[in-house]
Design a binder for this molecule. Sequence first.
Ligand code: BGC
Length: 423
Amino acid sequence: MNEHELLKDIKLGVATASLQIEGGDRNNSWYDWCEAGKIPNGDHCIIANDHWNRAAQDIELMKDLHLDTYRMSLEWSRIEPREGQFDQSAIQHYRTELLALKAAGIEPLVTLHHFSNPTWFESDGAWMDAKCIDRFLKFVEIAVLNFGDIVTEWTTINEPNVYLFMGYVDGDFPPGVKGDIRAFLKGAKHMSIAHCKAYELIHSRVKEKFNLTPRVGAAVHVRVFDAFRNTLLERLACHLYYRLFQEIFLDAMIAGKSSRFLGLGSSIRPGRYSDFIGINYYSRDILKGKWDPANLFAERLLQDNAKTNDLKWEIYPEGLGRLIRKYYEQFGLPIYITENGTADASDAFRQEYIKSHLEQILSCKAQQIPVERYYYWTLMDNFEWMEGYDARFGLIAHQVESQSRKIRESGKYYATVCRDRRL
Ligand code: BGC
């Protein structure tokens, strides 16, 4: 197959998350985090892109980009503002948005948890309390019964590894705990079990109620970890980083497999719990060996002379190809690139970033690896968690004050790729 045929054979889209674009919701953990002044430059997620009121306008922009598909998330705190109370008007709002997408010829991929928690859930232990699994499943069931006729593709949990690392090890996300590896592992266990059970629940409810067969997976943040000098200590560090940061999650959420670090207990048996391998890929880390068990025997560095983005993340497209091959070989399922993108306020290198990452995908496809979706992160500049509004990942430039939206040159490039299927 040539480039054109390979590109025809993949659905192209963009990804967003509700908390980062909707604005206006006060019932979630990130609202409280912003209120507590935790975003370094004082930015606040209550504003964001006002997408809650501008969904129709944003879908028009998606049409201009010629997208096949759109990955979005449902804000749990809007649908279940208090435990057990479900807000019909929020449900109706999302139905309207989803139907408008379908009418525009854009297939939704819906994420059920993307970093933010309802306040009632956060204040009662969030993902540390064993009740979290049943609580999440109750919400999943309501979502599936209300949207399962429109949505046939789901991601249960976005980047459980980043959510837990940032919230319990790094401390930059709520609840702001630092250095608690045990909490990281406890959350990993709960989120993995919640994913596996949600996988089964979504399949069974959608079949019963709508006689449809959905596709369900998770979206795990995967990185490349390379050794600085290839010493024994560095090889050990790379192994530990791969295992602990991402592979315990992939094993559990795709194959129901426990590991030395993560006892899933008796509630999940090994089996199949994903219909695709959902990969969010951005960058790599170079690990320099250091006798420091607390940091898994390494410090994380940038490659010498690395090309970097505005956040000083290395731009390393080959890493995407390496990880696709590695995880396809391991799990043998279709691959969805559920996120890939870069912060580039001046729009100087985003086009090349997209092109070089899509080239990696095409080379994998040419080797018969079924990469079936690609979602650029993200549609428009948004509330980038602890970076506030400074990090600009958008195909569309967005100004918070004026709420203006303008497609960037790189956005026009991506629109052409989506329309013409040529890089
Ligand atoms: C997250 C997004 C985030 C993006 C860029 C991913 O880790 O899923 O929500 O905005 O990275 O930082």
